[in-house]
Design a protein around this ligand. Structure first.
Ligand code: SAM
Length: 182
């Protein structure tokens, strides 16, 4: 089984945990670390009804690029959690820079713990985080804890379109998983 550090390194495509202390430095010029904030916004505006009361949880939010974009454009309430304190510090500064600090809360935390306590969100975003919460079946079960009945989970990850790359689920396997897990 992989440790939290090993999964953290992998989530940022670092090949070993020795790189972890250097990640904030290596990624200092980037704000977006995984998901496209624009794609997330498009998905949400196309499919969901959002109001100022809508509560979004952005798990492993990185430097808050997705959270801040959603708060700015939709006026919704967002909580972002990430394990790297420098990323959270960056996100807090960016929220102030864009005038959405009242809408955004950013917190340092391990999402394997947060999913046990964060509950009743309208939307839970799990963007480009990979296997931090386990395999995809385990991940969906845990994410469901944090979303309210009738709410939505948005996962940004890959699916494979040929059988050769067993590392990824196929589109059919994803759909079956969503169906099986309700
Ligand atoms: C590829 S980045 C994606 C960041 C963000 N979701 C985005 O799309 O911009 C993966 C993130 O997962 C975070 N992470 C990895 N393991 C974590 C854990 N156990 N708890 C909280 N955050 C974690 C990393 O610090 C990193 O910011």
């Amino acid at each position: 089984m992989q440790t939290v550090e090993e999964k953290l390194a992998k989530s940022l495509t670092a090949e070993s945990i020795e790189l972890i202390p250097y990640l904030p430095y290596l990624l200092q010029d980037l704000w977006e670390l995984g998901s496209s904030p624009k794609d997330m916004l498009d998905l949400i505006t196309r499919h969901l009804r959002v109001s100022k009361q809508t509560k979004v949880l952005d798990l492993a939010c990185g430097k808050g690029a997705v959270s801040i974009h959603l708060a700015r454009r939709l006026g919704c309430l967002v909580k972002g959690i990430d394990i790297i304190p420098e990323f959270i510090g960056f996100a807090i500064n960016k929220a102030q820079e864009f005038g959405v600090e009242e809408l955004c809360e950013f917190k340092v935390g391990d999402i394997t713990e947060s999913v046990k306590t964060e509950k009743d969100y309208d939307i839970v975003v799990y963007g480009a985080v990979g296997n931090v919460l386990g395999n995809w079946e385990e991940t969906i079960i845990l994410l469901k804890n944090s979303v309210k009945k009738g709410g939505y989970i948005i996962i940004d990850d890959a699916y494979r379109n040929d059988k050769s790359n067993a590392k990824y689920l196929s589109r059919e396997q994803w759909l079956k998983l969503f169906n099986d897990k309700g």
